[in-house]
Design a protein around this ligand. Structure first.
Ligand SMILES: *Cc1c(COP(=O)(O)O)cnc(C)c1O
Length: 232
């Protein structure tokens, strides 16, 4: 069942790449497995996927204990500073860095554990009050500061586009992200490698690929709807 879902997503990724004149290998498909049990992840691993996205530190660490195969674990959700120590050596990439204080905490823990950590800067491209991430205009100044931290390697930008009725309606946000990505790249900040543009989810990943995403984070289309425990 999940295999068929993944195949359908893969086909849509390929077609979006073709429409945009991009190579398939230039886009990483991250399977967002939050709330899903380990056997579901294994099913997707067995299809050859190595990139998994989780939004909670504790859940990610728990799954990593059970799944010891070498995978790329992406932390895509908000990261509290007091949780950095648990994942700084384990996450392949942290997609949600949006403050200097958080980056400094990553630096501190990475030094302690003698590792380096790849991060993306989260941008609140829709300017939504409820969302994490920084406004686009703060990206370059923040990245300049983070670039001073030897253990924190900025690899690009991430965004969650605002919810829109039609995927096409998200295109403007993705275009803006691409422009910002190019603007940061043009700054040629020493130690900063602008390589990844993480944008696009189940509702809008094809448009994101057409606009230059190098990483798409797809959960529902692969694993099905998520069941959250009822709020008490
Ligand atoms: C849950 C989540 C996704 C995946 O969302 P779907 O709509 O299920 O594809 C992508 N990115 C982030 C940051 C998420 O929290």
């Amino acid at each position: 069942m999940l295999k068929e879902n993944l195949e359908a997503v893969e086909k849509r990724v390929e077609e979006a790449c073709a429409r945009a004149g991009r190579k398939r290998e230039d886009v990483t498909l991250i399977a967002v497995s939050k709330t899903k049990p380990v056997p579901a992840l294994r099913e997707i691993m067995d299809c050859g996927i190595v990139d998994f996205g989780e939004n909670k530190v504790q859940e990610m660490c728990g799954k990593m204990e059970e799944i010891t195969e070498p995978l790329h674990w992406h932390l895509i959700g908000h990261l509290q500073r007091n949780k950095v120590k648990y994942i700084v050596d384990k996450a392949y990439m942290i997609h949600s860095v949006d403050s200097l204080r958080l980056a400094q905490e990553i630096q501190k823990e990475a030094e302690k554990q003698d590792v380096t950590c790849q991060v993306l800067i989260e941008i609140n491209i829709g300017g939504e009050e409820s969302k994490d991430g920084i406004p686009g205009e703060e990206a370059i100044p923040l990245i300049r500061e983070i670039a001073q931290l030897s253990r924190v390697q900025v690899k690009g930008l991430m965004t969650i586009a605002p919810p829109v009725p039609q995927p096409e309606d998200a295109r403007g946000y993705f275009k803006e992200m691409r422009k910002l990505f190019e603007a940061v790249k043009a700054e040629q900040i020493p130690g900063v490698e602008m390589k990844e543009l993480s944008m696009g989810m189940t509702g809008d990943f094809e448009v994101a690929i057409e606009e230059g995403a190098t990483m798409v984070r797809v959960g529902t289309a692969i694993f099905g709807e998520r069941q959250y425990a009822a709020q008490v």
